[in-house]
Design a protein around this ligand. Structure first.
Ligand SMILES: CC/C=C\C/C=C/C(=O)SCCNC(=O)CCNC(=O)[C@H](O)C(C)(C)COP(=O)(O)OP(=O)(O)OC[C@H]1O[C@@H](n2cnc3c(N)ncnc32)[C@H](O)[C@@H]1OP(=O)(O)O
Length: 690
């Protein structure tokens, strides 16, 4: 909707009304068309101001409408009509003018913004282009180079930058509507031709050839054609899905019925972090950047001394990089666990060893004051076991950060069977304050992200046994869109991490026979043998690849690995075959996706969006593929099922390839769209089908 009002004197005010961001829905577009007509017809009106309700000008086209047929007046002629009005029209920009919102403002003759407003053309992040004239008007206003930067990055810019670039006519700290009204009164009667951006020539740098000039003349047509292609592309659908899944996970719910809207969170102002290794240091910085005072505890003197040098430097660097709204919290370092007695929340980040973590939790529950939230940064150990040794198991949750913790966007908030809604709500809210995408997940080995990673890594190793090289596997995955293939990623993380976990699980180590079947299923001893050779990845300068030296970053193919693989295959009587990239993708990705279905079936994630957000924000899943579960829908659930059945038939000793019951059920009911799975799963659970 859009509201029309006549201000005292001769100014018409049009207010966009579509909370929360005044997106340009069909109703809003209709409202704009009607109110602009009304202003045109009213002889007493000499000028017009367009603003948005509730401190937000406009968040752009209504993304929800992209999924269906476009109804109501189209955006492009609506903006053209505003530009053609012969009374001055000004956009009064508060909050945001993004995408179609900025394009609407560019159709106005003048643009006045509040100093805190953000502007941008983020269509590219949704797989689109500024298809409401933005690709044509912006270059004509600020030149090709600056416009291309904004259009291709989709970045949001401040009002100050927009003023400097020439997008805005005025920036104010005062009431922006009042300023705009005053502005249009002043300019009423002045010629408007030079303010109609679509009619202006494009200022091009001298090196742009005449072909481009000609192309610009046909720009609006080109924009329309390209937008139509993009609208129908899978990438645009995936990016739009990713936008919404990021928001869906904030509206968490637990199987108990507790949820974001019925559970109160505590506001934390003082926290402690136990253990100052890489993860602990990052967590301290992430908390301090949020304005929280942190007690940073490390019992090993050498590690404490190093951390007390490194952490302030990290904090300073990161604070400098971001323009912080609040000053960073104070950090105090200590070697004494007793010093956490006054904090409201503790995050344990010691070595990934259950007996050590149990010891820390026993200690914490005796020194912390009653009511303190006790969190663990474990990447997959049992939260309930930790809760069991405390006096208040309800106040124990997992807060699983990803390295580097002050940079990576993902936080898994792990609730055990006894975690209280208040504890979950507090951890989720704290994550949000730290700028994380926080996802509530159930307590199972590896939680969601690492649980799905296991079959993915397993398949990658099996592919090496069968004839692939680490490069071939990595290239297939990187071609799909991962920033790093599985072996380059493992080298970066350190191969000893998984090795230790496998030793603890009794899968390898002294006394375990070196066979290719362990605990009743196929097992590849390859990664254990690489570790036994002292190759732990980048940190030792050797792993699945070779590097310039310990800590080297550039991966090069290593003849040692190829000789090692050949010897291994010969020892086990394996005949290397040529493996196509398609098989690599199917085996690695479909095994991972299958585990995603098992996780949904076990209610360890509330919906497919939660899994997809975890993979996009924590595991480098290419955003333009939406996430593993969205991708499954795009490939076709029937196809995924058929390929899993095929691979499971060929590898019956690999349980991870056995199609999940949920996948079968979804295929049986006709492969409904991913957005409906959550409801389907809940219904199936009620009727005990899962
Ligand atoms: C035919 C013409 C075709 C092409 C030309 C035009 C294309 C476009 O305009 S595409 C859209 C471009 N705009 C954007 O990409 C902006 C997207 N929104 C945001 O970046 C942020 O929401 C915000 C900066 C505007 C506000 O952030 P914040 O205050 O943190 O709130 P939320 O992100 O949680 O959003 C609140 C609420 O609003 C929904 N929402 C936001 N923007 C849109 C939108 N453009 N269309 C529909 N809905 C939108 C968002 O999903 C949240 O909804 P829920 O509360 O239900 O989760």
């Amino acid at each position: 909707m859009a509201m029309y009002s006549r201000l005292p004197g001769s100014v018409a005010l049009i207010t966009l009304q579509n909370p929360p961001v005044n997106a340009l829905s069909a109703a809003v577009r209709q409202g704009i068309v009607d109110t602009v007509q009304r202003a045109l017809k009213d002889p007493k009106v000499t000028s017009v101001v367009i603003c948005g309700q509730n401190g937000k000008f406009c968040g752009g086209a209504d993304i929800r409408e992209f999924a269906g047929p476009m109804l109501g007046p189209p955006l492009v002629p609506m903006i053209h009509a505003i530009e053609a009005v012969d009374k001055p029209v000004a956009a009064a920009i508060e909050g945001v003018a993004l995408g179609g919102g900025l394009e609407l403002a560019l159709g106005c003759h003048y643009r006045i913004a509040h100093s805190k407003a953000l502007l941008g053309l983020p269509e590219v992040t949704l797989g689109l282009l500024p298809g409401a004239g933005g690709s044509q008007r912006l270059p004509r206003l600020i030149g090709l180079t600056a416009a291309l930067d904004l259009i291709t990055t989709g970045r949001h810019i401040s009002a100050a930058e927009a003023l400097k670039l020439g997008i805005l006519d005025q920036v104010t700290d005062n009431n922006v509507v009042d300023q705009a009204v005053e502005f249009v009164r002043r300019v009423a009667g002045q010629p408007l031709d030079s303010r109609r951006l679509s009619t202006l020539p494009c200022p091009c740098p001298p090196d742009v050839d005449s072909l481009l000039d000609k192309a610009m003349v046909k720009g609006m047509e080109k924009e329309r054609d390209l937008l139509t292609t993009l609208f129908n592309s899978g990438q645009a659908r995936a990016l739009q899905y990713a936008f919404f899944s990021q928001r869906v996970v904030g509206k968490w719910s637990l199987p108990s019925g507790a949820s974001w809207d019925n559970s109160a969170a505590r506001t934390i102002s003082k926290a402690a972090v136990i253990g100052l290794g890489t993860m602990g240091r990052g967590i301290v910085v992430a908390l301090a950047l949020t304005g929280i005072s942190v007690v940073a505890v490390e019992t090993q003197e050498k590690q404490l001394a190093e951390a007390s040098q490194a952490v302030p430097a990290m904090l300073q660097r990161e604070a400098g990089r971001r323009s912080l709204a609040t000053p960073p919290g104070v950090i105090s370092f200590s070697s004494n666990l007793q010093d956490v007695s006054e904090v409201e929340l503790v995050i344990e980040a010691v070595f990934e060893d259950m007996s050590l973590k149990l010891q820390v939790f026993r200690h914490l529950t005796s020194v912390c004051r009653p009511g303190t939230l006790l969190c663990s940064n474990t990447s997959g150990l049992d939260i309930d076991q930790l809760a069991a040794v405390t006096q208040s198991p309800g106040l124990v949750v997992g807060m699983h950060f990803f390295a580097p913790a002050h940079v990576m966007k993902l936080l898994e908030v792990v609730y055990g069977p006894r975690s209280s809604p208040e504890a979950v709500a507090t951890a989720m809210q704290l994550g949000k304050r730290m700028g994380k995408v926080s996802v509530a997940v159930g307590n199972c080995p590896g939680f969601v992200g690492n649980r799905m990673l296991k079959p993915y890594l397993e398949q990658a190793n099996f592919l090496l046994e069968e004839g692939a090289t680490p490069q071939q596997v990595d290239e297939a995955l990187e071609e799909f869109g991962f920033p790093m293939g599985v072996f380059r990623m493992s080298d970066l993380s350190g191969l000893d991490v998984g090795w230790r976990i496998r030793k603890e699980a009794g899968l390898t180590g002294p006394g375990v026979e070196s066979t290719r079947t362990r605990q009743g299923r196929r097992y590849s001893p390859l990664p254990d043998q690489v570790c036994e050779a002292g190759r732990l990845g980048q940190k030792t300068g050797r792993g699945w690849y070779q590097y310039d030296g310990p800590g080297g970053r550039v991966a090069r193919s290593d003849p040692w690995v190829h000789i090692f693989l050949e010897a291994y295959r010969a020892e086990h009587g394996l005949v290397a075959r040529s493996i196509a990239p398609e098989e690599i993708l199917e085996r690695c990705l479909y095994a991972l996706i299958n585990e995603g279905f098992n996780i949904l079936q076990d209610a360890m994630a509330a919906g497919p969006e939660d899994i997809d957000a975890i993979y996009v924000f924590g595991y480098g899943w290419p955003r333009h593929h939406g996430g593993p579960m969205f991708h499954a829908g795009q490939v076709g659930l029937g196809r995924i099922l058929e390929r899993l059945q095929h691979h499971h038939h060929n590898h019956p000793d690999v349980p991870h390839l056995k199609p999940s019951t949920l996948l079968r059920r979804l295929v049986a009911v006709g492969s409904p769209p991913v957005q409906t799975w959550r409801e389907f799963i809940n219904k199936e659970r009620v009727h005990s089908q899962l």
